[in-house]
Write a protein of this length. Structure first.
Lengths: 253, 165
């Protein structure tokens, strides 16, 4: 790669969007060219300064209420449910019902082999539904000693809950969801602007810890593992490496 | 409401005004709600931001007469835009000063909307090139070149402000 090409591809490299081959070629050039190395360092530091120092404007406190009022949704602070079933919600309901029926039929036909795939679909649906209906949490608290008892009192098991704020993943809260034909715990974490859902439920077959399985669907990354009698499904729009890092931090606690 | 801050942040950077940003976000959320069935899975934040962006440009069209859009002088600024020039030293010094936040905000505010939005999506919302391409409705290949140009312009803008102060 020469200087002209390097300058062209430099931003893709800074943003980690280059394919590995181009990235390697660019790195090689940077090592041998002081001028390009110089430009690279300055652009990186400018990029970092902007990310750190440019204002992130957060919405005024009452904006959500005003929007809910205009949409005609109840302004219940914790659980935003539609006032009346207007057609969008009916459509969503119908879509969920269809998914449920199809899932059930598919389960009958294919048995356990594709079980993970089916749960993954449910995990994605559960996550997308909670994000889109603005129902991230049933219990909003960054305190693990609030979230854990709240979930335990509503489930037939007690999920492990840890606040990971010091590791860069503040706990937002928890909610109940229904996956794999049973009520499950969903822990909600945040990482920068990304939401991470971690679904947990007991699995009698999961006494030996299993290897991490990853898959990505529809722009989401999903990670699945089990251990100590529990099965874990993490989902987020974070990239795979970052979601990996999160699950490592979580399982080490 | 999930992603409301992201929606507001983008609208605020585009409109450069609090009241206007609120109007745009309200309108965008109503649209998002109405067109919910057009959401086919994927990244919900990116989907909402695309609606915010479209709503802003529609809104701008309607209010164009009142808008004084100061053209950005790309020509005069293009010379100093390389990070290799000595003028960058002044930027580096300025960025270490106390009011550097104001400096960065002002520099970003001065960019034309197409470049302002791509910086906001990349640096503040941490969106991938693919997501930016969807939101800003440009081919994937355009994202990198536009981002390169936006950063270059931002650097010019910073240099100019640093020189003035």
């Amino acid at each position: 790669m020469d200087c002209t090409q390097t300058r062209d591809y430099l931003h893709g490299y800074i943003d980690r969007e280059l394919d590995p081959v181009s990235a390697a070629a660019l790195e090689q050039h940077l090592q041998s060219c002081a001028a390009c190395q110089h430009v690279y360092e300055r652009q990186s530091s400018l990029r970092a300064a902007v990310g750190r120092q440019a204002a992130y404007y957060t919405a005024p406190g009452d904006l959500a209420d005003r929007i809910r009022a205009r949409i005609g949704v109840a302004t219940d602070k914790t659980v935003a449910k539609p006032h009346r079933p207007d057609w969008q919600w009916l459509q969503l309901g119908a879509a969920v019902a269809v998914t449920a029926v199809v899932t059930w039929m598919v389960t009958l036909q294919m048995g356990g082999a594709r079980q993970d795939e089916i749960i993954a679909e449910q995990v994605i649906t559960g996550h997308a539904r909670s994000v889109l209906t603005n129902h991230l949490t049933d219990v909003a608290s960054s305190d693990q000693h609030t979230v854990k008892p709240w979930l335990s009192s509503r489930l037939d098991f007690s999920p492990p809950v840890t606040d990971l704020t010091t590791d860069g993943y503040p706990l937002v809260g928890g909610r109940l969801d229904y996956l794999d034909n049973r009520p499950v715990a969903a822990l909600v974490y945040r990482h920068r602007q990304h939401v991470i859902d971690l679904f947990i439920w007991p699995d009698p077959k999961a006494n030996q810890s299993s290897a991490m399985k990853t898959l990505s669907r529809q722009g989401y990354n999903v990670l699945h593992w089990s251990g100590a009698g529990m099965t874990y499904w993490a989902i987020s729009d974070l990239n795979q490496d970052e979601l990996d890092a999160f699950t490592r931090v979580f399982s080490q606690r | 409401m999930a992603h409301l801050d992201a929606a507001y942040n983008l609208a605020r950077w585009l409109a450069r005004d609090e009241r206007d940003a609120e109007d745009v976000v309200q309108e965008a959320c109503l649209r998002a709600f109405r067109f919910f069935d057009s959401f086919h899975g994927g990244n919900a934040r990116a989907w909402l931001l695309a609606i915010v962006r479209n709503t802003y440009y529609t809104w701008l069209e309607k209010n164009r007469t009142q808008m004084l859009n100061v053209p950005f002088d790309e020509e005069t600024l293009a010379d100093g835009g390389d990070a290799a020039t000595p003028a960058y030293e002044s930027v580096e010094r300025a960025l270490q000063q106390e009011d550097s936040r104001r400096l960065v905000n002002r520099a970003l505010d001065q960019l034309p909307a197409a470049f302002r939005e791509i910086i906001v999506l990349r640096e503040l919302e941490d969106m991938s090139y693919k997501e930016i391409a969807t939101i800003a409705d440009v081919p994937l290949g355009t994202v990198m070149s536009r981002l390169a140009r936006a950063r270059k312009m931002l650097l010019c803008s910073l240099q100019q402000i640093a020189r003035e102060s």
